[in-house]
Design a protein around this ligand. Structure first.
Ligand code: 6LW
Length: 504
């Protein structure tokens, strides 16, 4: 793979990983931090990032990037890969995760280089739940703790468990969804950090400590140590956290949060994003700083790394790690080599409604953006779409005869606009969020405009559609918007794809 191009957008911000990057898990090795996120029904799975300052993150690969590691054929939308734990132990990286599909279950992969290759999955069928955590005692004994507060001893090299799972701590009385456990040895105590309240507006982070990794655990008197429930802060749903210590001894938390837009009840369209916040310790308990859109001050110089370019001319043989497809991506259906300098997509499913649609996209990471792609439909049909899931997407698609805008909102599917196609390639465009909508109780988060760029560079808008229908509050689930190219019939080619943030 060619090296990543120079940064095109070097300014860090909170969220440190904007867009659909939920359930962050982080570890440090020397001066290098590594972070992994959930990826659900998308292939490749589990984006893996590197940073040297906790603020700038560069995607260096995907943990599950071979079809044999990631069976997703039976994964529903927002099924598939949930909530990894990333750790470094004994000179290796270990990642444990759940594939929530019929062919899935809990699995462990290891690597010496986090950029890959990662091992084939080691299955752990006797681990009793989702959100698995791995923590080692000094003598090498390894404990796996999962959602609900269940824990079992495990050999991570084989996936074999020993003894019956026991419940260690399930959070505060009455709180729903005690999940995302992470167990750490810090000073004299073992700390068990969990999320509770569910991943929606009630989300929070709580902690308990004890002198043994298996409990008993004493809850922190100030639980939840982090929640934004009932506040009017711009960042909501804060929870699902992991802790990491800097080389200088400072402590940090990565966590997920969302940025709802529009009137009431508020809609978030970018998915659950990864934020960073400082942690201090008082009386042996963590005190978590405010999670804001402002970046926390870090006690070291900024050390930005390269980021993926916002435009892709498809000149490289391998696709950059930020491109994701729905469930499966074989060379036979998605290639930059079949027509060099173009991305060629060959249809499987016949629309974005299909679970096996051949779609290759990138996360929407900015509230306001414009995406454009130059497409040659040949004798096929395909387009540029914004996808939340099979039942929630907008697209502009072209064939040799016609250009049309298609909207799918729940059980409704409609062709919103049509016009005759020009001869040859056509530049399809989609934009959102610019200018922002005026405030109002019923105002949605944004509108999306879909159109065609004419030869003179002007855009002919074919449809303007309410963005709330492509939000998590309407569609449900755990993902966020992904913008990409797809084939719906035959074979189509894309010369380039360009994503332009319009936020500032
Ligand atoms: C994940 C759970 C959660 O398993 O959402 O916010 C679920 N937390 O820990 C899916 O990401």
């Amino acid at each position: 793979m060619s090296p990543l191009p120079d940064r095109t957008d070097a300014r860090p911000a909170n969220p440190v990983l904007p867009g659909f990057h939920p359930d962050p898990s982080v570890c440090r090795v020397g001066e290098d931090y590594y972070l992994a996120c959930s990826s659900f029904e998308y292939f490749p799975g589990i984006p893996l990032f590197h940073s040297r300052d906790l603020l700038h993150w560069t995607q260096i690969g995907n943990v599950l990037d071979r079809p044999g590691q990631l069976p997703l054929a039976t994964a529903a939308s927002s099924g598939g890969i949930y909530a990894p734990t990333l750790r470094h132990h004994g000179g290796r990286f270990w990642l444990m995760v759940t594939n929530c599909s019929k062919d899935g279950g809990n699995l462990i992969v290891t690597a010496t280089d986090p950029a890959g290759p990662w091992s084939d999955p080691i299955l752990a069928p006797d681990v009793p739940g989702i959100d698995p955590d791995l923590a080692w005692e000094e003598d090498g004994t390894c404990w796996c703790t999962v959602a609900g507060g269940w824990q079992v001893r495990i050999d991570p090299a084989t996936g074999k468990t020993y003894g019956d799972p026991h419940r260690v701590w399930a959070g505060g009385p009455g709180a729903k969804a005690p999940e995302a456990p992470h167990l750490y040895r810090i000073g004299a105590y073992w700390y068990l950090l969990i999320a509770e309240g569910g991943t929606e507006r009630g989300h929070g982070v709580s902690i308990a400590r004890g002198t043994s990794p298996t409990g008993p655990f004493e809850p922190c008197p100030d639980n939840p140590v982090l929640t934004h429930r009932g506040t009017d802060r711009p960042v909501q749903n804060t929870g699902h956290a992991d802790l990491v210590q800097g080389p200088d001894g400072s402590w940090w938390m990565v966590l997920l949060g969302v940025r709802p837009g529009g009137g009431t009840p508020g809609w978030h369209v970018l998915g659950r994003e990864t934020f960073l916040t400082p942690v201090t310790w008082v009386d042996g308990w963590p005190v978590v700083g405010e999670v804001d859109l402002e970046l926390p001050e870090v006690p070291w110089p900024l050390r930005p790394g390269p980021v993926e370019a916002l435009r892709d001319d498809f000149d490289d043989a391998a696709l950059r790690p930020g491109w994701i497809s729905v469930r499966e991506r074989s060379d036979a259906h998605c290639s930059t080599e079949e027509r060099p300098g173009w991305l060629t997509l060959r249809a499987r499913g016949t629309s974005l409604d299909a679970p096996d649609v051949m779609f290759t996209g990138r996360r929407q990471q900015h509230a306001a953006f414009r995406a454009r792609a130059l497409m040659d439909p040949g004798q096929g049909r395909g387009g540029l779409g914004v996808r939340l899931d099979e039942q929630h997407h907008y697209a502009i698609e072209a064939s040799a005869e016609e250009i049309r805008v298609v909207a799918r909102i729940g059980s409704l599917r409609t062709v919103v606009a049509t016009r005759p196609a020009p001869r040859g390639p056509v530049t399809l465009t989609v934009s959102a969020g610019d200018p922002p909508l005026p405030h109002g109780p019923c105002t949605g988060p944004d509108v999306l405009s879909l159109g065609v760029e004419e030869a003179d560079g002007t855009v002919t808008e074919l449809a303007v559609l309410d963005g709330r229908h492509l939000s998590t509050e309407v569609a449900g689930g755990f993902t966020g918007r992904v913008i990409g190219m797809y084939a719906a019939d035959g074979t189509v080619h894309f010369d380039w794809f360009d994503y332009e943030p319009l936020d500032d």
